[in-house]
Design a protein around this ligand. Structure first.
Ligand code: EPZ
Length: 416
């Protein structure tokens, strides 16, 4: 178990290059099995979730190379359509092979997905949606088997705008017979980027970014080259870090601020000053630090992935903040770790109340999930004294060069 030590209080400064988006690249990697040939993905983040997806692609018979941020996936000789249980349960994104393998091979055997322990995270919406377009399922204890004689397009209404389920159904529908309309589809930027990638592969798809996505099935798809957009959650992490440590920090390349406009507004309403200069966002500290009132939800609401980090905004703000988590039922588990650092956070069901400003002090804490780990790291930079953070490898699932970047900004941080 990796342990990192951080000595606070820290005031930082400098520039950070934001890596490619984990939650954009993972579905696009899965989409490579929809065609035969070489898919090229540039600005791909060097994070452990990507390496776990590479392992699955290689187990399916694809040839993969990853050098200097460019990922090449050659599916010319892919023959397998089984995702092994031990590989599937390492990450949530493994389930994203279900739709494309079903579409291309008409049969999939796949272990159940793993991922952060932020809730039960069932896959019923994925299954119901694919059954609607003529897929049959056998749900085993460790595996599910899904097959079809032919996928047939239909109207699919999701009971909840699940990101992963929208992605799976989109990918499956690209090769179905006829037209599929997904209603109550997820609207996250990651849906938009996947749709653009599928369109570059020859898919007939429209409506991405709205609640209704239409896909007209085609005979076959071909490989393409895509530049992965910046990671909006990683960008948000550094902006929130700058705000709570009152640091002058610039982040780039921010190609489309629309993907983080909610976070920019949240920080500006809390008193932070963010200026855009081309594809660079500059954070300037001010003397103001107002409390926040947020409710997480499906895009365009505040993303659940920044909920734990926004808690540190409440801790440093002057006044009472309230944070409602409405996406995952178990995403306050990090609060106990924050309390070890002296945080006073009152949790009542899905709402957390924080009265700031509070002084935090260094402690030994353990990362419960990826984004909570980033929040604990930010808290350690605000705290007085030394914090030891265990289970650091969970952070490295989604943050490229996190220790190096923080050290570059002036943080006193080292692996133990
Ligand atoms: C994606 O997870 C992201 N992961 C998550 O980021 C993100 O928090 C989430 O979307 C919400 O934006 C990846 O893209 C790899 P959902 P996903 O299906 O697709 C329930 C991170 O830290 N649900 O939109 O799994 C589910 O339990 C991760 O980068 C069902 O009930 O999220 C949850 O309560 C964490 N049945 C809600 O819907 C289903 O079949 C949202 O889940 C599917 C989901």
């Amino acid at each position: 178990m990796a342990v990192v030590q951080i000595k606070g209080k820290s005031q930082l400064s400098g520039e950070v290059l934001i890596s490619g988006s984990k939650n954009s690249v993972l579905p696009i990697m899965a989409a490579s099995v929809l065609c035969q040939g070489v898919t090229i993905l540039e600005h791909c983040p060097d994070i452990s979730d990507v390496h776990d997806m590479i392992k699955i692609l290689e187990s399916l018979g694809a040839k993969v190379s990853f050098e200097a941020g460019t990922l090449k996936i050659d599916t010319t000789e892919r023959t397998e359509h089984e995702v092994h249980e031990k590989d599937a349960k390492k990450i949530r994104a493994s389930i994203l092979f279900l739709g494309p393998l079903l579409a291309k091979d008409k049969k999939v055997k796949i272990g159940y997905p793993g991922g952060c322990n932020i809730g039960k995270r069932p896959i019923d919406i994925h299954v119901d949606g694919l059954m609607h377009i003529n897929a049959g399922f056998m749900m085993g204890k460790d595996y599910l088997v899904c097959e079809t004689f032919a996928l047939v397009g239909d109207r699919v209404k999701l009971r909840y705008p699940s990101v992963g389920a929208t992605q799976n159904i989109m990918m499956a529908a690209t090769l179905a017979n006829g037209k599929t309309v997904i209603e109550n589809a997820a609207r996250e930027p990651e849906i938009v980027y996947l749709a653009r990638h599928l369109r570059s592969m020859g898919a007939d798809i429209s409506g991405e970014g709205t609640s209704q996505i239409t896909i007209a099935g085609v005979e076959e798809l071909h490989p393409c080259r895509t530049v992965i957009p910046y990671d909006r959650v990683v960008a948000a992490t550094y902006l929130i870090l700058a705000h709570v440590t009152k640091s002058e920090i610039s982040i780039s390349p921010i190609s489309d601020t629309g993907d983080i406009s909610d976070v920019i507004s949240l920080i500006q309403n809390a008193g932070g000053n963010i200026k855009q200069n081309g594809t660079i966002l500059n954070y300037h500290p001010t003397s103001k630090n107002f409390p926040i009132q947020i409710e997480t939800g499906p895009f365009p609401k505040v993303p659940t992935d920044i909920q734990s980090m926004s808690m540190v905004m409440g801790i440093t703000a002057t006044g009472e903040s309230s944070i409602r988590e409405s996406v995952f039922e178990n995403r306050f588990t990090f609060v106990d770790e924050m309390r070890k650092m002296g945080a006073d956070i009152q949790v009542d069901g899905d709402v957390a109340i924080v009265k700031g400003p509070q002084e935090l002090y260094g402690a030994s804490v353990c990362v419960p999930d990826l984004r909570a780990g980033a929040a604990l790291c930010i808290a350690a930079l605000v705290a007085e004294g030394v914090t030891q953070i265990a289970n650091w490898e969970l952070i490295e699932r989604g943050y490229e060069n996190f220790v190096q970047n923080l050290r570059h900004l002036g943080a006193d941080i080292e692996y133990c």
